[in-house]
Design a protein around this ligand. Structure first.
Ligand code: KG4
Ligand code: ZN
Length: 341
C-alpha cells in the first residue's frame, strides 16, 4: 500500500494567516484561514507592517487549530510546507520563521512553496484526475501570468503583466466607485446590475510577447472617467462602470489565454488565484472551452483566495521531488515561479 504523506502547511504571504493538513497532495484533512481584512479595510488596502504583526499574533493558534481539526500531532506528520515567496516580506517571514522553528523542534523536513504554484495546486484538490501538462491562467492581487504546467514542479511562464495585476485593476477601479477593500469581489457583484456596454475602456496593445498583459492604462482610464463625472457634479453610474470594467478585464484575460492555448496546443486549461473567483471570467472561460472542445479546471470559490490547503497540495509534489530546504531558508518578496529555493 502507498505510504500516506501528511504535510502541515502554512501560508502567510499577504493578509490571511492559514494552516492546513493535507494528505498525498489531494486530500485536505483540515484547513483554517484567519482573515485580517477587517483590520485593513479602514486603510483601503493591506498595510504591510500591520499584516506582519497580525500574523505573529495568530499563527500559533491557527496552526494548533489545523492540527486539532485533523486530529494529528506533529509526530504523525511527514513534513512542513510553507509559503516562502513571493509576497509581503514581513508577512512571509512570520510563516517561514514559525515553520523553521517547528521543523527544528519536531525533526520534520521543511518544504518551501512558491505562492503562485500553490494557487495552481488548488486545482489538484478540487479535481482528483487533473495532472500536468496543462496551461493555467494565474490571476491574483499581485500577479497575472499564463503558465505552462509541464509537470508538478516544472513550470514555464509564457505571458505576464507588464504593469498592474488583474486583481489590482479590479481593486483600484472598485475603490474609485466607492467600494470597500478588497474591491474585486464587490465589483463582481455590483456588475451584475449594470450594463457592460455602457463604457468602452482602453484595451492596451502590448508589443513584443502576444501573451503579455497590461492593465495600468485601463485603471487610469476608469479612475479619470469617474473623477470627471465627480468634478462635473454628475451622478456616477457605479453598476454600469463595474460591469464595463469586468467585461474589459475578462476580454483581455480570455483573449490572451485562448490565443496562448491555441498557439501552444493545449486542450486542458485551468484557472487559479483570487481573480479566478470572478463570475464572468469563470462563465466566459467555460463557454469558450465548451465551444473549442477543451477541458477547463477551476478551483471551487473556497480555494480561489489564499489558503494553506493549496500549499499542502503543492508542498506534496515539491517534497516528492526532494525539494527540501535547510534551516537557513529565507523568504523572498519577489521570486519567479520557475526558480528554486
Ligand atoms: O490570490 P489572492 O487571494 O491574493 C493574492 O495572492 O494576491 O487574490 C486576491 C485578489 C484581490 O485583488 C481580489 O479583489 C481579487 O483577488 N478577487 C476578485 C474576486 N474575488 C477576489 N476579483 C474579481 N472578482 C472576484 N469575484
Ligand atoms: Zn494569493
Amino acid at each position: 500500500m502507498e505510504k500516506k504523506i501528511r504535510l502541515l502547511a502554512i501560508e502567510s504571504s499577504c493578509d490571511d494567516t492559514a494552516a492546513a493538513v493535507v494528505e498525498n497532495g489531494r486530500t485536505v484533512l483540515s484547513s483554517v484561514v484567519s482573515s485580517q481584512i477587517e483590520r485593513h479595510v479602514i486603510f483601503g488596502g493591506v498595510v504591510p507592517e500591520v499584516a506582519s504583526r497580525l500574523h505573529a499574533e495568530s499563527i500559533s493558534h491557527v496552526v494548533a487549530q489545523a492540527l486539532e481539526q485533523a486530529q494529528l500531532s506533529c509526530s504523525e506528520l511527514d513534513g512542513i510546507a510553507v509559503t516562502a515567496a513571493p509576497g509581503l516580506i514581513g508577512s512571509l517571514l512570520v510563516g517561514v520563521g514559525f515553520a523553521k522553528g517547528l521543523s527544528r523542534s519536531a525533526g520534520l523536513p521543511l518544504v518551501p512553496v512558491h505562492h503562485l504554484r500553490s494557487h495552481i495546486a488548488a486545482n489538484y484538490i478540487a479535481h482528483p484526475d487533473l495532472e500536468p501538462p496543462f496551461l493555467c491562467l494565474v490571476v491574483s492581487g499581485g500577479h497575472s501570468h499564463i503558465v505552462e504546467v509541464l509537470d508538478y514542479t516544472t513550470l514555464r511562464v509564457v505571458g505576464r503583466t507588464r504593469d498592474d495585476a488583474a486583481g489590482e485593476a479590479f481593486d483600484k477601479t472598485a475603490r474609485s466607485i466607492g467600494l470597500p477593500y478588497p474591491g474585486g469581489v464587490y465589483l463582481d457583484k455590483l456588475a451584475n446590475d449594470g450594463d457592460p456596454k455602457a463604457y468602452t475602456f482602453s484595451k492596451p496593445q502590448v508589443s513584443g510577447c502576444p501573451y503579455d498583459f497590461s492593465f495600468s492604462g485601463l485603471k487610469t482610464n476608469v479612475i479619470n472617467t469617474v473623477h470627471n463625472m465627480e468634478q462635473k457634479g454628475e451622478p456616477v453610474p457605479a453598476a454600469d462602470i463595474a460591469a464595463s470594467v469586468r467585461r474589459c478585464v475578462v476580454d483581455i484575460l480570455t483573449r490572451k489565454f485562448m490565443l496562448a492555448a491555441d498557439d501552444l496546443g493545449y486542450r486542458r486549461l485551468a484557472l487559479a488565484g483570487g481573480v479566478s473567483a470572478n463570475s464572468e471570467l469563470r462563465s466566459r472561460m467555460a463557454a469558450l472551452c465548451k465551444k473549442s472542445g477543451r477541458e477547463l479546471f477551476v478551483p471551487p470559490l473556497s480555494l480561489c483566495g489564499d489558503n494553506a490547503a493549496m500549499v499542502g497540495a503543492q508542498g506534496y509534489y515539491e517534497f516528492s521531488a526532494g525539494r527540501i530546504a535547510g534551516l537557513d531558508l529565507n523568504a523572498s518578496a519577489a521570486m519567479e515561479i520557475d526558480a528554486e529555493f
